[in-house]
Design a binder for this molecule. Sequence first.
Ligand SMILES: Nc1ncnc2c1ncn2[C@@H]1O[C@H](COP(=O)(O)OP(=O)(O)OP(=O)(O)O)[C@@H](O)[C@H]1O
Ligand SMILES: [Mg+2]
Length: 456
Amino acid sequence: MRIEQVNSTPREKRVAAHSHIKGLGLRDDGSAEPIMAGFVGQENAREASGVVVELIKSKKMAGRALLFTGAPGTGKTAIALAISQELGPKVPFRPIVGSEVYSSEIKKTEVLMENFRRAIGLRIKETKEVYEGEVTELTPEETENPLGGYGKTISHVIIGLKTVKGTKQLKLDPSIYESIQKEKVTVGDVIYVEANTGAVKRVGRSDAYATEFDLEAEEYVPLPKGDVHKKKEVIQDVTLHDLDTANAKPQGGQDIMSMMGQLLKPKKTEITDKLRQEINKVVNKYIDQGIAELVPGVLFIDEVHMLDIECFTYLNRALESPLAPVVIFATNRGMCTIRGTEDVLSPHGIPVDLLDRLLIIRTLPYTIDEIKVIVKIRARTESLAVDEDAIDVIAQSGVDSSVRYALQLLTPASILAGINDHTSITKEDVNEATELFFDSKRSAKIITEHESQFIV
Ligand SMILES: Nc1ncnc2c1ncn2[C@@H]1O[C@H](COP(=O)(O)OP(=O)(O)OP(=O)(O)O)[C@@H](O)[C@H]1O
Ligand SMILES: [Mg+2]
């Protein structure tokens, strides 16, 4: 069988649990539109989150922490996701789940620290001497291998770069050819080569080629203005964790290396506390000099009751550091024992001293009408046709158990509708699905009724 003859199955768009959520859905004055951006109801929590987004954007929120509390399926995780969408791609957003801190290899506090640093961005502005333009020519020149043998080596690379003003041909070192290949540069791309370091960056595809194929998510950029050889302000967004790893493993991250390399000894393999402190020092220096700007992002810790007392004490301290992101917690627990203690009861399983630092936002249970709208939005996202009375049944099961269960009924119901030859999901299909798939309450009831059949 020849590979070309094998048809790959076209990838369908995957519908994840929150793919209908597109943002917080707030009006310009910050009030919540009842139904917007995929969100329904929960106005107070959304408005509060809108305020938080504003505070984060204006950098007034660093080192603070928020807590979302509410019953399962009331939209806590969905709101956190919406916050990240509102913040945009430039602000780091790092979501983790409480249980992720438990690993047999890495200390819990180490995991927390790493994620803290992944949530803090640094925008570095540098004026660099570069050669920039659209690649018109890319020819590696080969010579005989000086060591003998059959292989050929590349002696240098000829690159033609075009701008609006003119064209220039460069003869470059073979080491640059490697970075050109790494960036997958082809003729027609706009690139720049840093004069000092030889680092190559692909900016995008020249928009002269824009009509070529529209298959891939390609960024088209205009032909650069000015000379090929010029000074250019280069903006780079990195997180503190990127800097940590770049300096722990000197192979990667050419750009950052050139910045930090002079100050730190190379050949470090592990991210130690000392390394982090050194990085902080350098970062602070760059901030003072106005070269870099701190962009505190968001660390979202879902299911925070899974953390234990050690993590909580660590968080207390970490939140006070000047380089702390905004931390958002979410939990669906009420009064429970704090993990890692024998019998210390506390609201949400969080010690009171940490609770004291938190701003708490509640999510409330939904009314049946709100659930109906959520189900409709969800059906549209999953491209399912659902009868009106079927929606009523699904929404009712949402009131009886949870929104999540109601939404999960849609897929099995649609499969049953297919089996029953219905063009859209009917009430009967939904009822059949509820008989096949139990919700937590009914399951619990069955356990108590038939206790003798289960192993205790
Ligand atoms: N107001 C809403 N509008 C639209 N969809 C919602 C809304 N609230 C929740 N959903 C959807 O309902 C489902 C459950 O919500 P989510 O996962 O956010 O609940 P949760 O509060 O995090 O629950 P848990 O405590 O169990 O983690 C998700 O698919 C979510 O996208
Ligand atoms: Mg959740």
